[in-house]
Design a protein. Structure first.
Length: 137
């Protein structure tokens, strides 16, 4: 589980940094105004990656591991419990970030989506067609 969560965190970090940088320049996010003369796309990526990285690796990853531990027992309802918990913990930073919590919610949804895709791919690989074929005698 830990390896899958770390891989998920790395993919989420890359994808979320690119999405947030593409959606809005840093000046708009931090100051509310945009000056075309300051900052390049590369500088925006660097600055946003610091914030996204701290959020994902210091908050999102531990919370996702906790959610995984909570939702392990009810196997049939795992996703039904995991989804709202990811949304809840994605909204919690609104008290610190204010309006930027929308990006926190976006990142938590990207994290959940990537984690579920990796989980599905792993399950498909383990229980794929090769595992279901009867052994030839």
């Amino acid at each position: 589980m830990l390896k899958r969560k770390l891989v998920t965190a790395i993919f989420t970090f890359i994808i979320s940094t690119l999405i947030i940088t593409s959606l809005s320049p840093v000046e708009v996010l931090l100051n509310g105004s945009h000056n075309n003369e300051t900052g390049t796309f590369f500088q925006d990526i660097i600055l946003i990656s610091v914030y996204v990285g701290v959020g994902i690796f210091l908050f999102g990853l531990p919370v996702s591991i906790l959610i995984e531990l909570i939702t392990q027992k009810p196997k049939e309802a795992r996703f039904a419990l995991s989804f709202p918990l990811h949304i809840l913990f994605g909204i919690i930073p609104v008290f610190v970030l204010g309006f930027l919590a929308i990006f926190s919610l976006l990142v938590s949804m990207v994290f959940l989506l990537i984690d579920e895709l990796i989980r599905y791919h792993k399950r498909k690989k383990i229980y794929g067609k090769n595992m279901l074929k009867p052994k030839s005698q």
